[in-house]
Write a protein that binds this ligand. Structure first.
Ligand code: ADP
Ligand code: ADP
Length: 229
């Protein structure tokens, strides 16, 4: 069962840069995919197309069977709200809101009720039960990213996209946060697509695709950090 399907996807930006060149990729439901590759290889463009933040110049992107190119901007925004969660390098928590309100914000934006038992279990899973009334600035980097992970999961999206989720953390904290992210996702049957340049981080995924010059040049299953370096 594929959550995301890219079929012969190309993306050419104004100015003529071919950021993606005939990329095909399937992301299975419940799997954890990492995207690696040098700067400028097309990782962000791939993620933006796969997350319906952008549309390809040619080819097809299906999220849960829905064609992103058949939708206008408004419908694509709705689609993201329903189907997609995001984790960013810089956490992107709202400074003025409590941890609890940050985590439930996507529900409010979607006009959905927060089920308290679900929110509590999520807060518990990410180890922030004692911190829900704190502001983000009162948390460590690792805790802020764990709050951001809970926020990405709170709507039970079809897929969570993570862009260098451990890029702002020290090595030890990064390891812990990523392990937790993977375990929570596994528990919930959650699909993750993560962009990273760090082989040790990518090696946590089930599958790693390596990009170069707008192409997928390698697909590694059961990755090993040493093979990816
Ligand atoms: P990566 O995430 O691997 O660094 P990107 O997808 O950001 O790669 O970029 C791929 C190529 O597309 C690069 O040559 C980059 O300069 C170009 N590019 C990215 N975004 C834009 C844009 N909005 N307009 C024009 N060119 C872009
Ligand atoms: P983590 O491994 O989750 O990142 P740390 O080891 O960095 O946690 O933080 C240890 C403790 O210090 C945590 O309980 C955290 O709440 C507290 N702490 C870290 N940074 C801050 C801060 N800026 N303000 C208040 N407390 C903080």
């Amino acid at each position: 069962d594929a959550v995301i399907t890219l079929d012969h996807v190309s993306k050419t930006y104004e100015g003529g840069v071919h950021a993606l060149d005939d990329v095909s990729l399937t992301v299975e439901r419940g799997s954890f995919l990492a995207v690696m590759g040098p700067s400028g290889s097309g990782k962000s463009t791939l993620m933006h197309c796969a997350a319906a933040l952008d549309v390809p110049t040619s080819g097809t992107v299906l999220i849960d069977g829905r064609d992103t190119r058949s939708l206008n901007e408004t419908k694509r925004t709705e689609m993201r709200r329903d189907l997609v969660g995001f984790v960013f390098q810089a956490y992107n928590l709202v400074p003025s809101l409590s941890v609890a309100d940050n985590i439930t914000l996507p529900l409010r934006l979607a006009g959905r009720e927060a089920d308290p038992a679900w929110v509590d279990s999520l807060v518990e899973r990410v180890g922030l039960a004692g911190r829900v009334d704190h502001r983000p600035a009162e948390l460590s980097g690792g805790q802020q990213q764990r709050a951001a992970i809970a926020r990405a999961l709170v709507t039970r999206p079809s897929v969570v996209f993570a862009d260098e989720p451990t890029g702002a953390l020290d090595l030890r904290t990064a390891r812990g946060v990523l392990k937790l992210f993977r375990e929570v996702a596994e528990d919930l049957g959650q699909t993750i697509v993560m962009v990273t340049h760090d082989p040790a981080v990518a090696a946590q995924a089930d599958t790693v695709v390596v990009m170069a010059d707008g192409h997928i040049v390698q697909t590694v299953t059961e990755p090993d950090a040493a093979d990816l370096a």
